[in-house]
Design a protein around this ligand. Structure first.
Ligand SMILES: [Zn+2]
Length: 384
């Protein structure tokens, strides 16, 4: 798994202009590529291969788009097409890759990282070296060191109006999985709406409800936007304000997911979570917004990423009935969502609803981690 490091850039006025021109121009090129893919398909019934696409657009960067970035555009389109075919094969409802409008296009990819390559964070000058067409040397604030081997980078223009560089690194060999010479320290985590997460030890992580808190301001900004005439300068300004509010929420959410995830992988050798099909839940539930807001899947993703570099194992278990079963005796104790306490009539076990679920989740993962190979190259859960 790759890890990205994001640093803020401080381009001067001239460099800013170059970056924005490249952004606009590369978007135009991408759309042109898509156009030619479609035209080629209409003619021949076949899709252009990545190689042909790269060949056709060789040297088309003009004065603003570096050559290697043109190649990455072909890669990007090729990936989008492959994803489309793959999903269609799986029988999912998918749309064909679309032409990109300015508000769906925010980044410039620089292909190879390294001294004398497309992009390089120069340790001597502390500047980010990029192609001349993008301004040469950009001022960067490297607030923490890179880890692993840097591979590639993106320059991203975010809704707050600032530029960032995202350096994608290969973390290298994962550390040895902690061996289970002694009893493994394991924890199960249940994610919920009332409380963001509850673990099998009974610890809780509060739900930030970032969106709900920001909802009022967001609604107001959205109303302002809808009142203004599309295409006008004032409409653009209002759209920017809405995007900025969304950015803030997503940052808050991400930050909130990192902290507990770090705590769990540092403390435990095994972490069990529910394998939640969030997409399905969001679709058919009036709690949809609260569910996506809580950012469950983001939390689990971050957990997996951190676990990998910490030598901790994450197991995803089937989520069925984890809140209905008694974690002590296995009896089914039916309860609706509003019942917050598990109270078992057959064995007398009483616990918080989510705590009981977390214990069930842990128990479900137990056979897998007990049977896992404990050697240095321990097998990982097939679900991961
Ligand atoms: Zn019981």
């Amino acid at each position: 798994m790759h890890k990205a490091f994001e640093y803020r850039l401080y381009p001067n006025r001239g460099q800013r202009r170059l970056l924005l021109s490249c952004l606009a121009e590369s978007r135009r090129l991408y759309n042109e590529m898509l156009e030619s893919v479609k035209a080629h398909y209409d003619e021949t019934g076949k899709f252009l291969a990545r190689y042909d696409l790269t060949y056709r657009f060789k040297g088309r960067g003009g004065e603003h788009v570096p050559q290697s970035t043109v190649q990455t555009l072909a890669d990007r389109l090729d990936k989008a097409l492959k994803r489309f075919f793959h999903r269609r094969e799986l029988g999912r409802k998918v749309g064909f890759p679309r032409f990109k409008s300015p508000n769906r296009w925010h980044s410039i990819q620089l292909r190879q990282y390294g001294s004398g390559r497309d992009v390089y964070l120069d340790p001597d000058t502390g500047r980010l070296r990029v192609p001349k067409k993008l301004g040469g040397r950009l001022k960067v604030k490297q607030h923490r060191p890179l880890e692993g081997t840097p591979k590639t980078a993106h320059l991203v223009y975010r809704a707050d109006g600032h530029w960032y560089v995202l350096i994608v690194c290969d973390p290298g060999d994962a550390p040895e999985k902690r061996s289970f010479a002694r009893e493994p320290t394991a924890v199960g985590i249940d994610v919920g709406l009332k409380v963001f997460a509850t673990d099998s030890e009974g610890e809780m992580v509060e739900n930030p409800r970032c969106l709900r808190r920001a909802a009022k301001g967001l609604r107001r900004a959205q109303r302002k936007l809808s009142r203004r005439k599309k295409g006008s300068q004032r409409h653009k300004k209002a759209a920017k304000a809405v995007a900025k509010k969304h950015l803030k929420v997503s940052r808050h959410r991400k930050d909130h997911a990192h902290k507990p995830a770090r705590g769990y992988v540092d403390k435990y050798a095994v972490v069990a979570v529910e394998d939640l099909r969030v997409c399905n839940m969001v679709k058919n539930h009036h709690l949809a917004r609260a569910i996506s807001d809580a950012g469950w899947s983001q939390f689990v993703n971050i957990l997996c990423l951190k676990a990998e570099s910490a030598g901790c194992r994450v197991y995803k278990v089937p989520p069925h009935f984890t809140s209905q079963l008694c974690s002590k005796c296995g009896e089914v104790v039916e309860k609706s969502l509003s019942v917050r306490t598990h109270n078992c009539p057959s064995c007398g076990y009483v616990a918080d609803r989510d705590h009981n679920a977390a214990r069930n989740i842990l128990a479900r993962a137990e056979p897998s981690y007990r049977n896992a190979d404990n050697g240095p190259h321990g097998t990982r859960s097939p679900l991961l």
